[in-house]
Ligand binder design. Structure first.
Ligand code: NAD
Length: 486
């Protein structure tokens, strides 16, 4: 049971609504209450078989609708079919497969050995469903970043309300249809809409909120969660730096940087935001980058292999970043053109700290290149900014790589690669402070959506011997215990 001072009415489910400045639309509170009403029932009846069946159903509905998924993402921002398969469909299907395979082990309570003080007891940690969860998704990978968290949420035995991004309406509508086909609304339901819908949902007393989006909105989500003390996972963004060291395999580095920066037209939370390139290899590396971009996307960025920018507002934002940089002396060494929502892959040099592009998360196909000679200064610059979501290092010198890792902080690190830390099921995926709180993926995602409940059972604990009244005998025993336990 939850209790709150500002209780309007008991909902009959143990979930208590708190006062909000604006009324919650009845369909949204009804969707929540329908799920909340089944929490206890699900606690009783939602074991391994039921959860695996839910995941299988999600997988089936995705498989049956692959063409529709490709079409929706093409409609939303011309995302190439190959990228949809690679970055939207395969990751979710892999998440499902991995969770179905390992769920039995993840769900098993873990034993904890007793200490001297708890001798005579048995301890275990039970991962339990949190209850009703809210998943708020962004637009940049609108399918996989909505359904990936849902995989972990269902694996952990929860109900979910999913709020896809309004910026990708075709994918949002498709997700709503697929979820309605696959699940009853008291298990999973989709609430489509923009900020008002998101804020109405955030006013409800969810057990957990899993948010993926910008750090600015992440703060709004955390403030809303503070009102009900919902736990949160925040998957946020920021400027992920990439360092090209003097001994890097430059050709290989160019392959990975071009893949990481221009997949999804740079609209990727873990894309390399900007490059620090050692001065001794800068000319050779930028030539290789130019050649690799030309090979991948042609010279003008009109290639169907490059996605569009999600909408005119974001394309204009990128145009503004370029104009500001140019006005302040930046040099465009490749691309620089924009045709509506098509932005050509662009390389920028002569970057100065006063340029907006050096401060804001770029989130588009524009790559600033900053030459360096002294690694200490690069590390200082990285540490002067909010901790990034990812940090990439290209080098062969192990001690330099280790030094960069040791002296900086970021959600993840990629060494001689970009992006694919996201698809490694054994790794936690998340940021740190400004780039996020908590982790997703595989077992880490399961844990995010679970409450780890401590259960300690007494068999023959001797502690009652020291319960009050504190007689001389008890005091002697406590004195002995102090000497033994320290
Ligand atoms: P966003 O924060 O603008 O929106 C994300 C979601 O929040 C959307 O569903 C939107 O409707 C909702 N929202 C927007 N404003 C809101 C408000 N005031 N109150 C409540 N809800 C609100 O993010 P975006 O533009 O969709 O995505 C881009 C950002 O997300 C970038 O910063 C990127 O780095 C980050 N991102 C992070 C990850 C990750 O896994 N860490 C993944 C993808 C994107």
């Amino acid at each position: 049971m939850k209790y709150a001072q500002s209780c309007l009415r008991p909902a009959g489910t143990g979930y208590v609504m708190t006062k909000t400045s604006s009324p919650i639309p009845p369909d949204i509170s009804a969707a929540f209450e329908r799920q909340a009403a089944r929490v206890v029932d699900r606690r009783r009846n939602y074991g391994l078989a039921e959860r695996r069946a839910d995941l299988a159903r999600l997988s089936e509905v995705i498989t049956a609708n692959e063409a529709a998924i490709v079409a929706a993402l093409a409609e939303d921002f011309d995302k190439p079919e190959t990228e949809v398969i690679l970055t939207e469909i395969i990751p979710v299907q892999q998440d499902i497969k991995h969770a179905r395979r390992h769920l039995g082990r993840w769900m098993r309570p873990a034993r904890a050995a007793p200490s001297l003080a708890t001798f005579g007891t048995s301890a275990r940690v039970r991962p339990e469903a949190r209850g009703v969860c809210l998943i708020v998704a962004p637009w940049n990978y609108p399918f996989s970043l909505a359904l990936g968290p849902l995989v972990s949420c269902l694996a952990a035995g929860n109900a979910a309300i999913l709020k896809p991004s309004e910026m990708t309406p075709a994918t949002s509508a498709l997700i709503a249809r697929l979820i309605a086909e696959a699940f009853p609304p008291d298990l999973v339901t989709v609430c489509e809409g923009a900020v008002e819908v998101s804020q109405a949902l955030l006013a409800l007393p969810f057990d957990h909120i899993f948010f993926t989006g910008s750090p600015a909105v992440g703060k709004i989500v955390m403030a809303a969660a503070a009102k009900t003390l919902a736990s949160v996972t925040l998957e946020l963004g920021g400027k992920s730096p990439t360092i090209i060291g003097p001994d890097a395999d430059l050709k290989r580095a160019a392959d990975w940087v071009v893949f990481g920066k221009f997949a999804n037209a740079g609209q990727t939370c873990i894309a390399p935001d900007h490059l620090y390139v050692h001065a001794s290899v800068k000319e050779e590396f930028t030539d290789l980058l130019r050649a690799r971009i030309g090979k991948a996307f042609g010279d003008d960025g009109a290639s169907p292999a490059l996605a569009s920018i999600v909408n005119a507002k974001h394309a204009e934002r990128l145009g503004g970043l370029l104009t500001d940089a140019r006005d302040k002396g930046a040099e465009v060494t490749l691309g620089g053109s924009r045709d509506g929502v098509r932005v050509a892959p662009t390389l920028l040099e002569a970057i100065m700290p006063e340029m907006e592009i050096d401060r804001e998360e770029i989130f588009g196909p524009i790559l600033p290149i900053l030459p360096f000679e002294d690694l200490t200064q690069v590390i200082a610059q990285i540490n002067a900014r909010p901790k990034p979501l990812s940090l990439y290092i290209f080098d062969k010198d192990r001690s330099r790589i280790d030094r960069i890792i040791a002296e900086t902080s970021s959600g993840s690190v990629g060494v001689n690669l970009t992006m694919i830390q996201f698809i490694h099921h054994g790794l936690p995926f998340g940021g740190v402070n400004n780039s996020g709180i908590g982790n997703a993926h595989g077992r880490y995602g399961f844990r995010a959506f679970s409450h780890e409940r401590a259960v300690l059972s007494n068999y023959f604990s001797a502690l009652p011997l020291i319960f009050p009244p504190y007689t001389g005998r008890v005091k002697r025993l406590i004195g002995l215990a102090k000497r033994v336990l320290g």
